[in-house]
Structure formats: C-alpha cells, structure tokens
Design a binder for this molecule. Structure first.
Ligand code: ATP
Ligand code: F6P
Length: 448
C-alpha cells in the first residue's frame, strides 16, 4: 500500500500547498544567524517541507572573496554598492525559487540590520504573495561573541590563509562597522506590523510579534528550544532479540542470550564514552527488548520510556519474516522496495509516519543535554537522518548494526559521529533491495 499524494502535506500533517514564507534573519555578525538558518532548514526538510537557505555572504564572495573590515564601513560607497548587489542577487534568486513552485520556506541569511533593508525585503515578498517572518538574534555576551569568532569566523573562507589572530581582530572591526548602523527590529515601534521573533542571548528572553500562521509558530517553537551548550546524543539499538534470530519483524520479543550479554556490557561502553560521573538521561521505547537493554545501566541515570520510540509498526506483517511477506503480500513487498520511505504497511506505519511521531522527540532532544536513546532499527534511522541530514531515499536503507553504540555530537556546522562496537556477535537485520535476506544472511550490507 503506497501512500500517494503526500508530497504537499508535511511531516506535521498540515497542508502546505499554498504556503510561502521567507524567514528573514536579522542580527550583527557572529550572532548564530547562519547556524539557526541551517538548523531550521534541516528540521523542515526532515519533515518533508521544502526549505532553502539563501546566504547573502555567499553571493558577496563571488566578487569580493576576502574583504577586510573597511569593506563593511557604510562610508565606503564601493563596498556599499557591492553589498547591495549581493543582497539583490540573493533576493532575486529566492523569488525565482518560489516562482518555480517548489519552495515552501526560504531563509534569507544576512544581517538585514537596517529598517530600510527590512522594509525593502518585506515589500518585495508581499508583492509576490510571500509571507515574511523576521528572526532577530541578539547577543551582548562579549565572551560568547569572541568564542563564536574564534570557533567559526577565523576559519571562514573570508580569512583563508590569514593568521587567526589577525582574522579575529578584523572580524571584530567588521562588527564595529555594522554596529554603527544597526537598528534592532521594531526598536521604536515602527515595525509593529511585521511578523517577528527576537531571541536574546540564546533564548534567555524571546519576544514574539504578530505570529498567526501554524508553520510560523512551529518554527518559532523550534527556535525557542535551541541551545548551544556542548552535549552528545548516544544511540543504540536494543540487544539482539529472539525475533532477530528467527528473522521475524516487529513483535515484542525478549533478548537472545547474545542480546543479554550486550545489555550487561552497555554500562561499561557508555561509561567509557560519556565519562565518569557525567549525568545521563536514558530514553527507551516501551518494548521489552529495549527496556531490557537498558536494565543494567546505573541507577542514578534517569530512565524514561517513550511510546514514540517504539519500532515502526508493521501492521498485518508484524511477526512475519521478509520471505513470508514476499510470499503472502508480493505487491506490497515490491511497493515497499520501490518507495520504502512512503510505503505504509497495511494497518501499520511508513517511515514518513515514524518521522511525524518523532517530531516531539526531536524537539525534546533539542532542549536537552546528554541523552542515551535505546530504540529500534527504523526509529534509529529516522533520528540519525535528522542529525546527519540523510535523504528520504537513503535513510530507510541505512545499515545500523546491532551491539554498536553511536555517539552524535552537534557542532556549529554538522554533527560529529563516533561508533563503538561492543564486540559481541549478532545477526545482521539489514535487508538489501529486492532480497528476502534472512536476518543472518545479509546481502552486501553497506556502511553509512
Ligand atoms: P555572519 O553575519 O558573520 O554570517 P552569523 O550571525 O551568521 O554571522 P554564525 O556563523 O551562525 O553567525 O555563528 C555561529 C556561532 O554562533 C556558533 O559558534 C554558535 O555556537 C553561535 N550561536 C548559535 N546561536 C547563537 C545565538 N542565538 N546567539 C549567539 N551565538 C549563537
Ligand atoms: O528486524 C528488526 C526490525 O527492527 C523490525 O522489527 C522492523 O520491522 C525492521 O527492523 C525495520 O527495518 P526495515 O524498514 O529495513 O524493514
């Protein structure tokens, strides 16, 4: 049973057919605008909402690849002209993208630091029936700004080949130039008509104005949950189960003897990876194999069970092997291989459905610090796809071996990954397209 026509609804289950929103970033340099733009885009794409970042800096770099701070001085007419041209080129490409009919949300990533610039963007969008959502990131924590400069700006293409100290100093001067003309959104009440959210010091204070649209409010809610404290997310499948041994899918089987060994070894693996004494919260599904896998973890780890982490529901195929499914439901078997992400088991779920129910998990993960999640193959693929930006065609086919701990560490741009195998044998539950591989006979298992 392949679900057709789902393309224009999104992962939140609402129609997005006629929705066009331009998210306009606002803020001085090194205030996390690009990071926010990228995270929002990743989140929306994961939910099947077409989103794209238009970064004005990238356009500016075609003519001025390595500007010094004086390029950004408003008393420098040549610099002003080129910066205006870059903003126009980015906006023009964004409008073309909307006109082509594919896009739902564009993110215009630039400082957009004056009222005049913002009004121009608003007018150009309004003419074309595009709503605007201004997202201003303000930060007056000097230490954080300096840390941002050192973390991401000294390695920017703008400073390729420049000594990091000189780059940091120049970037500081760039910010000074922006500060001379910077006007906060609605600073004196003359932008009251705009839809905006102002985020102060990474969510210490949030001001919201004129948000009525559902998608806009989801974006704002997502932004309110973001933090930048260093943390990691550990992912593990449950230990090998009795169903894994027999090649059956779904069910609520207990662990095999090798699965039990993994559960016994997990505390040590986690301790080595997390470090001694660091508090950890453990989330498991509500299924026996996941709960048993976490059973030997230290008692001071807070453990929570989430129904949303239960394995993809295989409906009428629950308890069957892939070979059984091919024999009993050959059309379904072929349809699943054809479009595994969208295929919904009779009376069960598709990967798309799993992503929808995982949205609350992702939101909670964004708010949280260190978390260990013990879950199942399909669910783990969906969570992994969010962090590592895997496409819908790729994610349902990814190999996620049993008895392996995956550590994901979100960084300014991208997510760092480490894998630790427990060294305890287990069957492979990976199945290649077209095959009915019994769990113990994998066909050409890929790595990520
Ligand atoms: P530019 O205008 O030069 O492009 P930017 O505002 O886009 O700068 P980013 O490149 O996104 O800045 O800066 C990333 C850094 O900002 C990261 O180190 C990240 O931890 C930090 N950061 C993320 N969110 C915020 C925030 N809300 N306030 C301040 N810093 C933040
Ligand atoms: O075989 C283990 C398992 O977790 C099943 O319970 C589940 O149906 C399956 O993996 C999901 O993987 P796939 O989507 O590749 O069939």
């Amino acid at each position: 049973m392949v679900e057709k026509g789902l393309k224009k609804t999104n992962g939140l289950g609402v129609q997005v057919e006629n929705t066009k929103i331009c998210v306009v970033m606002v803020g001085l340099p090194a205030r996390g605008k690009s990071l926010i733009a990228q995270k929002v885009t990743r989140y929306l794409k994961w939910l099947s909402i077409e989103a794209k970042v238009f970064n004005v800096g990238t356009y500016r770099r075609t003519d001025t690849p390595k500007p010094t701070a004086d390029f950004f001085d408003t008393n420098n007419p040549a610099g002003e002209k080129m910066r205006r041209a870059a903003a126009e080129a980015a906006l023009s490409d964004m409008l073309k993208w909307f006109r082509a009919g594919e896009g739902t949300i564009a993110i215009l990533d630039a400082t957009n630091s004056t009222r005049v610039r913002r009004r121009w963007i608003y007018d150009e969008c309004t003419k074309e029936g595009i709503d605007t959502l201004f997202v201003e990131s303000r930060c007056d924590d000097e230490r954080l700004i300096m840390a941002n400069i050192l973390e991401v700006k000294t390695t920017s293409p703008d400073y390729q080949g420049t000594d990091p100290e000189a780059a940091a100093l120049d970037f500081r001067n760039r910010i000074r130039n922006y500060e001379k003309v910077y006007e906060t959104v609605d600073g004196d009440g003359d932008e009251k008509d705009l839809t905006y959210v102002k985020i102060m010091n990474i969510g210490a204070q949030v001001i919201i104005n004129q948000i009525h649209d559902y998608l806009q409010s989801r974006i704002v809610y997502y932004l309110m949950n973001l933090h930048i404290k260093p943390r990691s997310i550990w992912l593990s499948r449950h230990g090998e189960s009795m169903y894994n041994l027999s090649g059956q899918i779904g069910g609520d089987a207990e662990l095999s003897s090798r699965g039990k060994q993994y559960a016994l070894k997990l505390p040590e693996l986690v301790r080595q990876s997390v470090g001694d004494g660091r508090p950890l919260t453990v989330w498991t599904s509500t299924l026996r194999r996941a709960i048993s896998t976490g059973a030997h973890l230290p008692a001071n780890y807070n453990q929570l069970q989430w129904k949303a982490l239960d394995e993809l529901d295989a409906g009428v195929c629950d308890g069957l092997t892939y070979a059984d499914i091919k024999e009993k439901y050959p059309e379904d078997f072929a349809a699943r291989d054809e479009d595994k992400y969208n295929y919904r088991y009779r009376g069960g779920e598709s990967y798309r459905d799993v992503v929808i129910r995982l949205e609350s998990i992702i939101m909670e993960l964004e708010r949280s610090e260190d978390i260990l999640i013990i879950t199942h193959q399909a669910v783990l693929r969906c969570i992994y796809a969010y962090y590592k930006e895997k496409s819908q065609s790729e994610s349902p086919w990814m190999a996620v071996p049993l008895h392996t701990l995956i550590k994901l560490t979100p960084k300014a741009y991208g997510t760092h990954e480490e894998r630790t195998a427990a060294g305890i044998d287990a069957v492979s539950t990976w199945r290649g397209k077209g095959s009915v591989a019994k769990h113990e006979d994998p066909v050409g298992e890929p790595t990520f």
